[in-house]
Design a protein around this ligand. Structure first.
Ligand code: NAD
Length: 499
């Protein structure tokens, strides 16, 4: 009988009381490993109340002392790296090496948050008038919330809460109901690092919990990462309720391969970027744009044997290149897209449907697939598949390739592979995409830059972590101060001008 997980708020594990719950499965076997409670509105309100009562005390802790908690948290996450990676892999299915890489990328944000005292430094102008000084400072918002997707159970929450908390806010996290365990462990580690109870809270749940967070007047801001339709809904609802919202959505990342590119390097890049983590990454390359048929033929010739020999296995297999898809429903969805591509007339060079792994027949495994001669009108080109399916589009020239990148509704990431500096520079300048790589297939910004897409890959004005993270989780206050020491001008009824 699988055990029931819990929520965590106000410094304690809290048993779910709504009577609603969901199954959490091991994607490699299909086995239900535990159940996760789905919070009711009143349970979410309790978690928000815990965050709210902790907030004034936490804001009063000096930035340097908040940073010290982050330093200890960083060390604890490092000490528990194997355990956290196992929690990620067991529920998500990705390989342990990949899971560790993702925890490490999350940890980089914690390292950035350790510099919060420096990051919160305001601006000061002395003598803006006689005896008058002015400065600006950044104040925390209060209680903020994060809603996260299944594909990065540690990293995406760590894009959010370390920055929010270091800025002096308290946080309510609603992780994906498919992968809840890692978040529940992270909150325990943060408290072990010295965060007072109620500073970070985790409520598990589904749509009802999300709606409760969006409706709460106490929650000042919401960070969301997930699919585009839900991101748009969260943005519209949250902003209509007067909140600040950053909502990151789906993607269809194009990698343009120019005729002068190093094709071996480009093939290596495509293998990792399209098939790593079974394609379940918002920065995965799902479209290769071959500039010219010569490049298209050469890429297909190189990719086909490499994809055929991909090593697919459970996360416990240290040799595996990729694992299964997260759920059976997602497996069937990805498989349905392959059916669709065939019906639409794309050339299915490699078919991952029907892949089965001996001993793991109940798992959600699917093989790598390649479609060639994909065109921009096809659904497999327009929609996010979120699986190990690479679409190769052939473009006549560079301008044609750039137009494809720019005309797509998503604008998360893109890359160009070339030896031509002119082309690379032009691509960087003219692509309407949030994150651009030059000979780098997955250009995820480091923690001290900010992460985010354009177009329908992000709703809101702020990207995540880095300087934009500080701006998102704080509001600006500007002070003008006079110590007149005998200077008295009487009442002024016109717009005051400082002299
Ligand atoms: P999802 O949109 O299904 O779920 C994301 C979160 O929203 C979860 O916590 C879920 O419980 C909640 N949710 C789901 N349905 C809801 C509803 N009807 N109302 C309110 N809340 C709801 O996304 P997912 O399948 O977990 O994750 C995959 C998606 O996330 C992909 O589209 C991927 O591109 C995207 N993603 C984007 C980024 C990015 O940085 N842009 C990063 C990672 C993942």
């Amino acid at each position: 009988m699988p055990g029931m997980l819990h929520h965590y708020f106000g410094g304690h594990r809290v048993a779910g009381s709504s009577g609603r719950c969901g199954d959490v499965t091991n994607p490699a076997t299909g086995e239900v490993i535990h159940q996760v409670p789905f919070a009711s509105t009143s349970e979410v309100d309790e978690a928000i109340a815990a965050a709210s009562s902790a907030q004034p005390g936490w804001e009063a802790v000096t930035p340097q002392n908040r940073a010290r908690v982050m330093f200890r948290f960083k060390t604890l996450v490092e000490d528990h790296m194997d355990e956290l990676a196992e929690l990620v892999s067991r529920e998500h299915g990705k390989t342990l090496a990949d899971a560790k890489g993702s925890v490490t990328r999350g940890l980089e944000v914690v390292e950035y948050a350790c510099g919060i005292a420096q990051l919160l430094k305001g601006e000061y102008s002395g003598s803006v008038g006689t005896g008058v000084d002015s400065w600006s400072m950044r104040a925390p918002l209060g209680v903020v919330a994060g809603i996260t997707p299944f594909n990065f159970p540690a990293m995406v929450p760590m894009w959010m809460f370390p920055m929010a908390i270091a800025c002096g806010n308290t946080f309510v996290l609603k992780p994906s109901e498919k992968v809840p365990s890692c978040a529940l462990r992270l909150v325990e580690l943060l408290e072990e690092a010295g965060a007072p109870e109620g500073v970070l809270n985790v409520v598990n749940g589904d749509r009802e919990a999300v709606e409760a967070l969006l409706a709460s007047p106490t929650v000042q801001a919401v960070s969301f990462v997930g699919s585009t339709p839900i991101a748009e809904h969260v943005y519209r609802t949250g902003t209509a309720c007067g909140k600040r919202v950053q909502a990151l959505g789906g993607a269809k990342n194009h990698m343009v391969v120019m005729p002068d590119a190093d094709l071996e390097q480009a093939t290596d890049a495509l293998m990792g970027a399209a098939f790593g983590s079974a394609g379940e990454r918002c920065m995965a390359v799902s479209v290769a744009v071959a500039v010219g048929d010569r490049v298209g033929d050469a890429l297909i010739e190189r990719l086909k044997p490499r994809v055929e020999s991909l090593k697919i296995g459970p996360y416990t297999d240290s040799e595996a290149d990729m694992g299964p898809l997260v759920t059976r429903a997602h497996h069937d969805r990805v498989s349905g897209y392959i059916d669709c591509g065939v019906e639409e007339g794309a050339d299915l060079v490699l078919d991952g449907r029907g892949f089965s792994l001996q001993g793991y027949e109940g798992g959600n495994f699917i093989g790598g697939s390649i479609f060639d001669h994909v065109t921009s009108g096809m659904r497999i080109y327009k929609e996010e598949i979120f699986g190990p399916v690479l679409c190769v589009v052939r473009s006549e020239g560079y301008e044609d390739a750039l137009r494809l990148v720019n005309d797509h509704e998503f604008g998360n990431g893109t890359a160009i592979f070339t030896r031509d500096g002119d082309a690379a520079r032009d691509f960087v300048q003219r692509s309407r995409i949030g994150m651009v790589g030059v000979n780098v297939p997955i250009p995820v910004p480091v923690a001290y830059h900010s992460f985010g897409g354009w177009k329908r890959s992000l709703f809101g004005d702020h990207h995540m972590h880095g300087p934009e993270g500080v701006r998102f989780y704080t509001r600006l206050k500007t002070v003008t101060e006079r110590w007149p020491s005998g200077l008295r001008k009487g009442a002024e009824f016109v717009m005051p001008v400082l002299h």
